[in-house]
Design a protein around this ligand. Sequence first.
Ligand SMILES: Cc1ncc(COP(=O)(O)O)c(C=O)c1O
Length: 408
Amino acid sequence: MESRFDIAARVQEIAPFHVMEVQTAARALEAAGRSVIHMEIGEPDFPTPPQVIEAGQRALAHGGIYYTSAIGIPELRVAIAQHYLDRYHVAIGAERVVVTAGSSAGLLLIMALALDRDDEILLADPGYPCNRHFVRVLEGRPVAVPVRPETHYQLTAELVDAHWTARTRAVLIASPSNPTGTTVAPDEMRRIAGVVARRGGRLIVDEIYLGLSYETPGAARPASALETVAGEIDELFVVSSFSKYFNMTGWRLGWIVAPERHVRDLEKLAQNLYISPATLSQRAALACFDPDTLRLLESRRAAFRARRDFLVPALRSLGFKIPVTPTGGFFVYADCSAFGEDSEMFCRDILTSAGVAITPGIDFGCHRADKHVRFAYTIEEAKLEDGVERLRTHLAREARVRPVLPTA
Ligand SMILES: Cc1ncc(COP(=O)(O)O)c(C=O)c1O
């Protein structure tokens, strides 16, 4: 019998993750005995560093896994502030650090703080899909701004200015980005901050992939917006996470660096929405900043970089267009229009015919989504090589059946 209760409109507008559907189809093929190369998964394949697991085990043995302060244990807030000084040469007070249940909770808290009903926030299209859904759940309006290779698939000061309306309250930028792996140059970030400040808005920068930077356009080293836009804007919120660089996705731990005057309001929101981030995860994460852990993580960053250096030219040699080389994270956003008009169909084809799982562009927005796919290099290099060979064989077979379309 049909329920007489309708679900709220805000839920009806939330699209499922296609990547999860790709994953389900891939698992079904594997259950039927096929081998699949997984290039759809957006989390590091490396396990949580042993030092962190041991710290977690010690915390469990010690007991006292009770709620913590909603904004995190003081030692972890201090350690995160120290990490900004050591790694990014920027001094921030620990009182500005809000530890959250993953950066997902951090983004939700900031949007709850910043948006009233029908308020607008500017986002890049393509971009990380959950962002527009956070905004919709809060009854705000996500404004997806198409971004092109010419701007490294990122918002610019000009784009922000051109899309600003009387209802715009904030801009959210992920640098490096998911799905494109591209980075906003520090100079451009400063210019964007200048526009947002002049317009009286807030700048939110998602730096979840900053630790996995391989190059930084226009700079010798990776830079946090906390450093690059200092002096340009007061209303700056930086979001980050233990998920990606620190290989702790399942521990659900992240953080915000907020203007100090907003910490109390973020705390009230966190108290009410989820009480506190996981205590065990916080205690374990203290070991992330030990020199031994950081050495291991740096060797893993080098491995990601080597994978990128293999995958990008290999995909180009197959006929994918990758106009901007990704500079961070573990994704390649590739134009697959040489192989057809519909990237979802293309993904289904290569999964069933070649046993290679990748994500269709539709997960990341609307702008030319049907012409793009995302590859994740979250598997070891031998498997990446296998995936590329499978694609080469499949595309060569297809080309004999159907000529490759002329490129635009
Ligand atoms: C750009 C971006 N931001 C935020 C998140 C959320 O990550 P978490 O909640 O694990 O910190 C992700 C996860 O894939 C992401 O890609």
